[in-house]
Design a protein around this ligand. Structure first.
Ligand code: GDG
Length: 479
């Protein structure tokens, strides 16, 4: 496994060294597989106590209390983090793939460092890989690795999963190094995207850049090799979300929180504070809703969690300021001593507090301008049986979750109508609408995703002892 973020991070604070596991479905799903297969996970060692806890090669056995597999940390200096991660990945690939070409900073130094870091990860992988190993690379940070590895490991099975949208060639082609990126990816045997339209966009780009390649609807033959390209919509660990959110203590705390917020209904948004997530348009739609539906004044509050992210990048700081001005303006316009229209939270919240918000929200507004998938939509559905989901048609999730209230995030009037519809639904209507969504999130969970991917890739997991129940169940469902 190769990814930018590591599954175990060592941080030193006043009390000593602590090992943290990052939150998120991907690590939660893949860690048990790595534990059972005793593989190697290669990732950037980003914790401030990572060096001292690893050996001279950057290796450490994890989990520490019951070692199962090797985490191989790759070291990056601050300039490399700035140019490969914040620069190439977050200021070139991220904006271009989310159709924000005007935000792309196409600096050659970003590209040079990105190439160097990809090579360093490839070198670390070559040191670890054996001839029959399967090598799975995660995401946009390592597009050059499949081809770099292929040169040295012609027979190994290599795959890459792309977690964000893949844009049409007309947009992608603004990247001067597009050919190298696509050529790098074509070193893989299998490429995975969230949706069929991202697959089609990728194949379209390959046709344009490599006219000599043979391209079908799900594969490319290029330089005598075949790369399969398929959609695997990612899911969440549904059972875990259900279980954690129905614990007595969490329900009790959620009930207490609900009682303290003295409105009839709550609308919720949970996002990283990213320009792709459509937070501003959503707040403007809420303002318009209050302007045009005065009977809701004092009766409904909007809770927006906007967790800090990539604040080293100026576009993120500017957007934060714009959003905060809007929150201030809208609250200033409508607020009453006993009612706050928009409750705005700009910090990373503990996971259990996010679950409490999912529980108490009558409506979740998941309205990104564009999003690879969007897991918040799935998490809300897993936790809340009686809520209403308003979902952007430009989130990958809308391809599967089409029984939500689907909106165009650019169309404020459409979002106002959706809010009115959602807030006026009866409990029976809400429960009826939620049921098919819940079934889908339950069936197509993270283990289903993992199993579908591994099955297509032709990987039979050699479990060293006792299989993981969820993975087995997921494999059955994938079939
Ligand atoms: C990329 C793609 C694709 C958010 N704030 C807090 C918090 N969160 C959690 C949510 C959710 C996750 O972060 C966000 O996941 P998304 O899928 O919505 O978005 P990205 O981070 O942009 O992820 C995306 C995903 O990769 C997977 O392939 O779906 O399209 O962009 O889990 O709950 N969690 C906590 N506190 C917060 O303040 N604890």
């Amino acid at each position: 496994m190769v990814s930018n973020r590591e599954p175990y991070i060592h941080e030193r604070n006043k009390k000593g060294i602590r090992c943290k596991m990052p939150v998120g479905g991907l690590v939660a799903a893949i860690d048990p597989v790595m534990q059972r297969t005793r593989g190697v996970w290669i990732a950037w060692g980003s914790g401030n106590a990572d060096v001292e806890t690893a050996d001279e090669k950057g290796r450490i056995l994890v989990p520490e209390d019951d070692p199962r597999y090797t985490l191989r940390r790759v070291w990056l200096d601050p300039k490399e983090v700035n140019e490969y991660y914040y620069g190439f990945s977050n200021r070139i690939i991220w904006p271009v793939c989310h159709l924000f070409q005007e935000k792309a900073r196409l600096l050659p130094e970003y590209w040079e460092t990105y190439k160097r870091v990809n090579q360093r990860f490839a070198d670390a992988t070559l040191e670890e890989a054996r001839p029959d190993d399967h090598i799975w690379i995660q995401d946009v940070h390592f597009t050059l690795m499949p081809a770099a590895l292929r040169e040295e490991l012609p027979g190994n099975n290599i795959a890459l999963f792309w977690h964000i949208p893949f844009p049409p060639w007309e947009t992608f082609s603004c990247i001067p190094w597009r050919k190298e990126i696509l050529g790098g990816m074509l070193g893989a045997d299998l490429l995975g995207f969230h949706t069929a339209s991202y697959v089609a966009n990728f194949l379209g780009a390959v046709k344009k850049e490599f006219p000599e390649a043979q391209v079908s609807t799900s594969a490319v033959r290029y330089r005598g090799r075949i790369t399969r390209v398929r959609a695997f919509p990612i899911g969440i660990d549904y059972n875990k979300y259900r279980e954690m959110s129905s614990k007595d203590s969490l329900r009790r705390r959620a009930g207490q929180l609900r009682n303290k917020i003295s409105v009839q209904q709550i609308i919720l948004g949970v996002d990283r504070l990213d320009y792709t997530k459509g937070i501003l348009n959503r707040l403007l739609a809420f303002e318009k809703f209050l302007d045009t539906h005065p009977r809701y004044l004092g009766k409904v509050s909007f809770i927006q969690v906007a967790s800090p992210t990539r604040s080293a990048i100026s576009e993120y700081r500017e957007m934060k300021q714009h959003i905060e001005e809007t929150v201030g303006r809208v609250n200033g316009k409508f607020q009453r001593p006993q009612w706050t229209p928009i409750i705005y939270i700009n910090r990373h919240m503990p996971g259990d507090e996010i679950l409490m918000l999912y529980r108490i929200a009558d409506v979740a507004m998941v309205t990104p301008i564009i999003d690879g998938m969007n897991l918040v939509a799935k998490e809300y559905v897993a936790v809340n049986d009686n809520g209403v989901l308003i979902l952007s048609e430009f989130a990958g999730a809308s391809e599967e979750m089409d029984s939500a209230i689907i909106v165009n995030p650019y169309d404020l009037d459409g979002m106002v109508k959706a809010l009115e519809e959602a807030l006026s639904m009866t409990p029976e209507e809400r429960a009826r609408n939620m049921e098919p969504l819940r079934e889908l999130v339950k069936e197509h969970d993270i283990f289903w995703w993992l199993s579908s991917f591994l099955e297509e890739w032709g990987v039979e997991l050699k479990m060293d002892e006792g299989a993981v129940d969820e993975i087995v169940a997921g494999t059955r469902r994938a079939r």
